[in-house]
Design a protein around this ligand. Structure first.
Ligand code: SF4
Length: 432
C-alpha cells in the first residue's frame, strides 16, 4: 500500500504534444494527481514531478518529444520526469535513454503514475506490449478551457499502410454511453459550453460495449447542461447518412465535419489501404452540402506517400479542385518504422513533397476564403474564448467560422448571436 503522505505539497507540471486525445488524457492525469495531493505547479515554480505526454505520428513529432523532454528537465532539474504517450509506448528503450527521463510509462499505465512515485519503486520502464493494451481510460479535459475534449474511443483496427497509431494505442475500444453522458453532464455543470468528441477512430465507437456511434450522439444530444458538441474527426466510411440526417436536425451537434481523405487518387488510396474510393468520398461531401449547406468541411490529405507519382498527385489536385470543402489539413508523408508503406516504391523526394504541399495549401487558402465570404450576411452563434483584457477576443460559430471582436468580459465563454459583416484586417477572421 502506497503511503500517500509522500505526495503532500508536491507540485507537478504537465506538457502535452500531439492530438486532442492526448490533451484530454493529460487533463485527466492532472485531475487525478490533484485529488491525491499533487497540485499543479504555478508558473515559475520548480516542480517535483514532470509529466510529458508524447506523440509519435511523424519523425518530426519524435524529435519534438526529445527536445521537449530535455528542455523541461533543464527547467525543473530536481524533478522526477515521466514520459508517457505514443512515443514512449512505441520506443520505450529509446525514450528511457533520453537524458533526464526517470520513468517511461506505456499507454495502458498512464493512470498508474502514483504506483511508480514511491521512492522504493525503481522501475524505469513500465510499458505493456501493444497487444495487451485492453483498458479504456476515460478522459475529459476541463479547467479554464472554453472547449472541452471528451475522449469517447481509443485505439484503431484499420492499419492504414502509413500509420503507426494502432501500434502505439492498441485495438479499438471505448467507454460506455452511460459513463460518457455522465462525464458530459459534469463538464457542462462546471461551465463547459462546448464539448469536442475525440478519439483515434471515433466512428468505430462501440466495439467493446456493443453500442453504436449514432446511439452515442443521440444520447449526448439530450445533455441539457452542454450547449453544443463537435465531432473532432471521423472516417468517411463511418459517417453514415443516418448520422448526417440526425445531425442536420439535432439540437446540439454542430454542422462542422473533419474527414480524412488522405488522397484524391484511387490508386494511392489502395496503396494506403483506405476503406473507400474517391466516388464514395465525394458523394459523402455532397450529401453534407445537401443537408447542411452552411457546414464547415475540413479534409485531411497526405502528400508524398511512397508510390504517389506526379500523375497520381495531379489526380488528387483535380479531385480537390471540384470538391465543395472549406479547408485542407495537409500532411507530408513521414516514413514510420514497422508500417507496410515502407515496402512501396518509388520514394518521393523531399523537394517534391514540399512542392506538392505548397500547391495544396494554396488551394486550401482559396477555398477557405471562398467559404468565409459565403458566410457574410448570415447570423451565427459564436462562443467567445478566454482572452486578455485590452486584446482582441476570438470565438467560433457553430459552423466553425473564426470571429474577432474587441475584448468584452461579459461575452467570454458565452454564446452570442452575431451577423457576420466582413473580414478582419488580416483576413483571418470575420467581424460583426
Ligand atoms: S484509421 Fe488509419 S490513419 Fe486513422 S488511426 Fe487508424 S490506422 Fe491510423
Amino acid at each position: 500500500m502506497i503511503d500517500r503522505h509522500i505526495f503532500e505539497n508536491k507540485k507537478a507540471v504537465y506538457y502535452t504534444l500531439g492530438c486532442k486525445l492526448n490533451f484530454a488524457e493529460t487533463s485527466s492525469i492532472c485531475k487525478y494527481l490533484s485529488e491525491n495531493g499533487i497540485r499543479k505547479a504555478l508558473p515559475g515554480e520548480k516542480a517535483d514531478i514532470c509529466i510529458v505526454n508524447t506523440c509519435s505520428v511523424t519523425e518530426l513529432a519524435d524529435k519534438k518529444c526529445r527536445q521537449a523532454i530535455r528542455r523541461i528537465k533543464k527547467e525543473h532539474p530536481d524533478s522526477f520526469l515521466i514520459a508517457t504517450g505514443c512515443y514512449a509506448q512505441l520506443k520505450p528503450e529509446e525514450t528511457s535513454r533520453i537524458e533526464g527521463v526517470d520513468l517511461v510509462l506505456g499507454a495502458n499505465q498512464k493512470m498508474d503514475i502514483l504506483d511508480f512515485l514511491d521512492a522504493k519503486n525503481e522501475t524505469k520502464i513500465a510499458v505493456l506490449p501493444v497487444k495487451d493494451i485492453k483498458s479504456f481510460i476515460p478522459s475529459c479535459s476541463g479547467g479554464d478551457r472554453t472547449r472541452h475534449f471528451l475522449k469517447v474511443q481509443d485505439g484503431c483496427d484499420y492499419f492504414c499502410s502509413y500509420c503507426t497509431i494502432p501500434f502505439a494505442r492498441g485495438r479499438s475500444r471505448n467507454g460506455s454511453i452511460a459513463e460518457l453522458v455522465k462525464m458530459a453532464e459534469e463538464a457542462g455543470k462546471t461551465g463547459g459550453k462546448e464539448i469536442v468528441l475525440t478519439g483515434v477512430n471515433i466512428g468505430d465507437f462501440g466495439k467493446t460495449t456493443g453500442e453504436t456511434f449514432i446511439d452515442l450522439i443521440k444520447a449526448l444530444d439530450k445533455v441539457e447542461s452542454v450547449e453544443r458538441f463537435r465531432i473532432s474527426s471521423i472516417e468517411p466510411n463511418l459517417l453514415t447518412d443516418e448520422m448526417l440526417e440526425f445531425i442536420a436536425q439535432s439540437k446540439r451537434f454542430t454542422p462542422h465535419f473533419h474527414i480524412p481523405l488522405q488522397s484524391g487518387s484511387d490508386e494511392v488510396l489502395k496503396l494506403m489501404r483506405r476503406k473507400y474510393n474517391t466516388a464514395f468520398f465525394s458523394s459523402k461531401i455532397n450529401k453534407i452540402r445537401q443537408l447542411m449547406p452552411e457546414s464547415f468541411i475540413g479534409i485531411d490529405v497526405i502528400v508524398g506517400l511512397r508510390g504517389e507519382t506526379a500523375e497520381y498527385f495531379n489526380e488528387t489536385k483535380l479531385f480537390l479542385e471540384t470538391l465543395p470543402f472549406s479547408q485542407l489539413h495537409v500532411f507530408t508523408y513521414s516514413e514510420r518504422e514497422g508500417t507496410a508503406a515502407l515496402k512501396i516504391e518509388p520514394v518521393v523526394s523531399p523537394a517534391e513533397k514540399q512542392e506538392r504541399s505548397r500547391q495544396l495549401l494554396e488551394l486550401s487558402a482559396n477555398k477557405l476564403e471562398y467559404f468565409y465570404r459565403s458566410q457574410i450576411g448570415f447570423t451565427r452563434r459564436v462562443l467567445f474564448e478566454h482572452a486578455k483584457k485590452g486584446t482582441k477576443m476570438y470565438g467560433f460559430t457553430e459552423n466553425y467560422i473564426k470571429v474577432e471582436a474587441n475584448y468584452n468580459l461579459n461575452c467570454i465563454n458565452k454564446l452570442i448571436d452575431v451577423t457576420l459583416l466582413n473580414f478582419n484586417e488580416d483576413k483571418t477572421a470575420l467581424i460583426f
